[in-house]
Design a protein. Structure first.
Length: 345
């Protein structure tokens, strides 16, 4: 990518230099100027002067075109800014050509440096129109290339989104979780019917939430926390009272948004990769600040647990698609931490 950008800059510099050289040849040699003025303009310094100015003005034009592209996409009602910017660019090129001739006449001691009789104005306009045609073709080519890149990026994001949704749906309906929950429910019905009723209600809450959010791109943090409470309850009944959760969420952040079932993936990730027993309970900490949700837990590696990181990578892809930022994962001082971006819109 950097090599391509460098190549494009060099090609643009060559084009602007050629355009400046073209303007120098026609303005200095075919504008019906006095011999003294022609001698001033036809020097190599005259050519260098125009080449440098055309490069500066050309790259400024490219910057302005990029700004126009953003303005047109994000602020369509403000089209008057686009008209003013285009008019300004056109005027600057004409002023460079006109200023070049005026400067030559001033240096030659002309009494009327701002007048161009004998067809001088006609040649000035012809040179200016050629410059505009070349610049128009350049900007049109860049616009087409940028549009193509945006379409390719949109198609790539759509493919990633479809893959992430399919993977997320597979994880949401994980049959192992359902089988474990049903086995736990059978045991509770036999030994603690009252607790079995509570377990059944929480299990229905979990699957109701899964069905409700599977077609929603984002949910509120408050919804995720309520789901996580029911989800953790099911695991506590199955594992015993050895899995805790401490939440530190400011009241004003419950309406922030994130991809659905984010906390399910992170909680399952903790249970899957850590040894959790009654003698060595584990506590998950969920906190939020400055537009980020943080989920952390002490690291107690479980033997035989695979750590491919596919689930976290899929979550990061979903966050990048929906929120424009991926997740941040760190492991320091025996603590595993995942930070998820939140949206306030």
């Amino acid at each position: 990518m950097m090599r391509t950008d460098r190549k494009n800059r060099w090609l643009s510099a060559l084009l602007f230099s050629g355009l400046g050289l073209f303007a120098w040849l026609l303005l200095a040699g075919y504008t019906n100027l006095s011999p003294a003025t022609e001698n001033v303009l036809k020097t190599r310094w005259g050519a260098i002067f125009l080449i440098v100015l055309f490069n500066a003005l050309g790259f400024l034009t490219l910057r302005i075109s990029e700004w126009l592209h953003v303005q047109y996409q994000l602020h369509a009602p403000g089209r008057w800014k686009i008209v003013l910017a285009v008019a300004g660019v056109l005027g600057m090129f004409f002023l460079v050509d006109y200023g070049f001739l005026v400067t030559g006449k001033l240096l030659a001691g002309s009494r009327h440096p701002f007048a161009f009789p004998n067809g001088g104005v006609r040649m000035l306009v012809v040179v200016w129109l050629v410059e505009l045609a070349v610049l128009g073709l350049l900007l049109a080519n860049r616009a087409m290339a940028q549009t193509l890149r945006l379409r390719q990026r949109a198609a790539e994001l759509q493919r990633e989104n479809n893959t992430a949704r399919y993977t997320a749906l597979q994880q949401q309906l994980n049959p192992h979780f359902l089988f474990n929950s049903l086995n736990t429910l059978i045991a509770e019905i036999e030994y603690d019917p009252a607790r079995a009723v509570s377990f059944t209600r929480r299990l229905s809450e979990v699957y109701r939430y899964v069905l409700q959010v599977q077609n929603r791109p984002l949910v509120t943090l408050g919804e995720e926390l309520r789901f996580a409470d029911a989800f953790l309850y099911l695991h506590r009944v199955r594992l015993g009272d050895c899995l805790g959760c401490r939440t530190e969420i400011p009241d004003g952040m419950h309406e922030f948004r994130l991809p659905p079932l984010t906390l399910q993936l992170l909680i399952e990730n903790v249970i899957k990769h850590n040894a959790i027993t009654v003698s060595r309970p584990l506590e998950i900490t969920i906190s939020a600040s400055e537009g980020w949700l943080t989920v952390s837990n002490p690291v107690r590696p479980k033997r035989g647990a695979e750590s491919g990181g596919v689930g976290l990578q899929n979550l990061s892809n979903r966050c990048r698609i929906m929120l424009g930022r991926g997740i941040e994962v760190s492991r320091t001082d025996g603590c595993f931490t995942v930070k998820i971006p939140l949206s306030h819109e």
